[in-house]
Design a protein around this ligand. Structure first.
Ligand code: 5RP
Length: 265
C-alpha cells in the first residue's frame, strides 16, 4: 500500500484495529434531522470521542474548525431528497479535487444494490475508487437501503458488502443483522456498522455493537443512536468502551448511567 493510502487508513482505523466513526451527513437528503438541526452544536461535545466524522463539505466548512485534527470521511454522493422520487438515484456530488483541498482521510458514497439505480450507483463507486486510488484516498462504501429498512438481512447485506469490496472500497459500512458473521465472512475488507433509526433503549445499541464486533466488524459509523440520545456524550463514551476496551454491554450500560448521572465525566 502506498504511504498516503496507508497513512489515511491509519487515521481511520486505530492501532487496536478498531474505530468509532460519527456520521453527521444525514442532512444531505433528510434536511434538518432531529437533534442535528445545528450541526456545530451536535458535533462539538462529541468530537473528542470520535475517531473520524462522516460529513458533507457544506457542514464541514460551516460547522467544523479547520484546526480540528479530526480525520474527515467526506460524503460525496447525493442529489436526492426524502420527498423526491427515488433515494437510490444518487450521483457523485463532490470532485476529487475538492476532497484533496479539504484534506480528507476518506470519501464515502452510497450504493443501492437491487434498486432501479443499482447499475449507476455501482459505477459511481467504481469511478470514485479509480479517482481515490490515484491520490491515496480510500473509499468507504455505504450499503444503503433507502426507505426499505426491511431489506436488512444477512443474505442481502452480504451481497452488497461483497460487491462493494470487489469494486474496490477499502471499508464498507453496513447494517448489523441476525447472522451478521455471514456478512463479515464474505467481505474481504473491514466492515463498520451503521445504526439506522434510534432504537428503544441504550442497551439494545450496546448489545448489537458488542455482538457485531465479536463477529468481526471493526467498529461503527453510528449517528442517530448517539446524537438523538438524551445523553449523547454518555452514549459515545460507552460505545468507545465497547469498541476500544472490549467492554461488555453491561459494563457499557454502567458507564452510560454513571456519565449520565454526573458521577463520572
Ligand atoms: C446517512 C448515512 C449515515 O452515515 C448512516 O446511516 C449512519 O447513521 P445512522 O447510525 O444514523 O444510521 O449514511 O445517509
Amino acid at each position: 500500500m502506498e504511504w498516503g493510502m496507508a497513512n489515511r487508513m491509519a487515521q481511520l482505523i486505530q492501532s487496536d484495529g478498531h474505530c468509532l466513526f460519527l456520521p453527521v451527513d444525514h442532512g444531505y437528503f433528510q434536511g434538518p434531522t432531529r437533534r442535528l438541526e445545528e450541526p456545530r452544536k451536535t458535533l462539538e461535545p462529541l468530537l473528542p470521542y470520535a475517531d473520524a466524522i462522516f460529513i458533507t463539505r457544506g457542514v464541514l466548512r460551516s460547522s467544523v474548525e479547520p484546526d480540528s485534527a479530526k480525520p474527515i470521511i467526506l460524503r460525496v454522493s447525493g442529489g436526492t431528497s426524502i420527498i423526491g422520487k427515488d433515494l437510490a438515484n444518487e450521483g457523485i456530488t463532490t470532485s476529487i479535487e475538492e476532497a484533496i483541498r479539504l484534506n480528507v482521510a476518506a470519501m464515502g458514497l452510497s450504493i443501492f444494490v437491487g434498486s432501479d439505480y443499482e447499475h449507476e450507483s455501482l459505477l459511481n463507486l467504481s469511478k470514485l475508487v479509480d479517482e481515490g486510488e490515484k491520490y491515496g484516498i480510500p473509499v468507504m462504501a455505504v450499503t444503503a437501503v433507502g426507505k426499505e429498512l426491511e431489506k436488512r438481512d444477512a443474505r442481502y447485506l452480504a451481497l452488497c458488502c461483497r460487491i462493494a469490496a470487489e469494486l474496490g472500497a477499502r471499508v464498507v459500512k453496513t447494517y448489523y443483522c441476525e447472522e451478521f458473521e455471514k456478512v463479515v465472512k464474505g467481505c474481504p475488507v473491514p466492515i463498520v456498522m451503521a445504526g439506522g433509526p434510534q432504537v428503544d433503549t441504550e442497551l439494545e445499541v450496546f448489545e448489537f455493537v458488542y455482538d457485531g464486533i465479536q463477529k468481526g466488524a471493526i467498529g461503527v459509523n453510528l449517528g442517530r443512536n448517539v446524537w438523538q440520545n438524551d445523553f449523547p456524550v454518555a452514549m459515545i463514551k460507552a460505545l468507545r468502551a465497547i469498541i476500544h476496551e472490549n467492554a461488555t454491554p453491561k459494563a457499557a450500560q454502567e458507564l452510560y448511567d454513571s456519565v449520565k448521572s454526573g458521577k463520572q465525566q
